[in-house]
Design a protein around this ligand. Structure first.
Ligand SMILES: [Zn+2]
Length: 347
């Protein structure tokens, strides 16, 4: 029996560049998956085991607007179910998730540097990447997380309005509108899941804050869609024993991670495989790996008609950008030494 595979997507780019996962390459992936697997809904995950075709559940994290404007029409066209995990903050006009703010700053800010709590961080020329990394470390180290981080962005760092291009390019970083969430939630093909209010590292939050992040987001989504929100995805794949307890208490049926970390609560650590490349080759490897013989993989690739099928993996900038769950904590950890880490208390 072939076990199900849960794929994790984030944003889909609006650009036409061949190295990015955009509408064209995403639709090719859907067609490829349609040929080789069976799409399932989240509630089928527990009992779905294919005898020939692999059951696949598609999930989309964060709730970027392009999910509603690019992904949803493609999935509808092919009658493919999807589970969308939506963070609340960036669904308010002019508000962005913290990593979106940092990406916009890196891409568009033209000043020489910024000052955070008296520390000047140069962002000009060759210092830019390193400066953004230092700023990220310092922001994530602020306590209480994530409120102090958002307060610092709002109170001490340049506003998005002051550096974003006039052509509305920042829309790429915007979340879905309430109407879009409502429309997706009302479509029987799709499911809306929770992803916290502010997309924090949940194990860095105090338990009260973590509970607030999870519950507020869940209740908000339920109010908008008029449906019970049964599924949750851990932002940045970060969770611990306390986080699982909070999710169970909030009434979720399943929680999705990136890497499985809980043997005792498998329903609250459903493993997913991220898709970041426009190429079909890594997707095929993820789909077939460990279940089908390599010859089946080669046959499937040869049977594919499109030249993009066999293109090398791009490893594009967008692939990195579109992937907050791939963010690694900076090496230089500026947390207070006495900060408790929940990760060490995993069941
Ligand atoms: Zn996320």
């Amino acid at each position: 029996m072939i076990p199900p595979l849960v794929l994790l997507y984030h944003g889909i780019s609006r650009t036409e560049h061949p190295s990015v996962l955009n509408a064209r390459s995403f639709e090719q992936q859907i067609l490829f998956l349609k040929r080789h697997c069976t799409f399932i809904r989240p509630e089928e995950l527990g009992n779905a085991h294919g005898s020939v075709r692999r059951p696949v559940l598609l999930t989309f994290d964060d709730g970027f607007r392009d999910n509603a404007e690019i992904v949803v029409p493609i999935l509808r066209r092919h009658a493919v179910p999807g589970l969308f995990f939506v963070a609340s903050r960036h669904c308010n006009p002019g508000q962005y998730l913290w990593f979106s703010y940092l990406r916009m700053l890196e891409r568009w800010f033209t000043g020489k540097g910024v000052t955070l709590n008296g520390n000047y961080i140069p962002l000009d020329g060759p210092n830019r990447r390193e400066g953004i990394q230092e700023l990220t470390s310092r922001l994530l180290a602020l306590e209480p997380h994530p409120r102090a981080m958002y307060a610092a962005i709002r109170g001490q760092l340049p506003s998005v309005d002051s550096f974003q291009p006039a052509d509305g390019a920042a829309d790429e970083f915007a979340g879905m509108t309430v109407e879009q969430i409502q429309e997706i939630g009302n479509d029987p093909l799709f499911t809306i899941g929770a992803h916290t209010v502010d997309h924090p590292y949940l194990t860095r939050c105090d338990p009260e804050e973590a509970e607030c992040q999870i519950l507020e987001n869940k209740l908000w989504l339920e109010r908008i869609t008029g449906k019970t929100c049964d599924f949750f995805a851990y932002p940045i794949g970060d969770f611990g024993g306390t986080t699982i307890t909070l999710c169970i208490r909030a009434g979720f049926k399943k929680a999705f991670s990136v890497v499985r970390k809980s043997e005792s609560h498998p329903q609250f650590a459903v493993r997913r495989i991220g898709v970041y490349s426009p190429s079909l080759l890594p997707l095929a490897a993820k789909l077939f790996c460990g279940n089908w013989f390599p010859s089946r993989l080669i046959q499937a690739l040869r049977a594919s008609k499109s030249p993009v099928d066999l293109a090398p993996e791009a490893g594009s900038q967008w692939s990195q950008d579109a992937c907050p769950e791939k963010l690694k904590m900076p090496k230089k950890d500026l947390r207070h030494d006495n900060r408790r880490s929940e990760t060490s208390t995993l069941p």
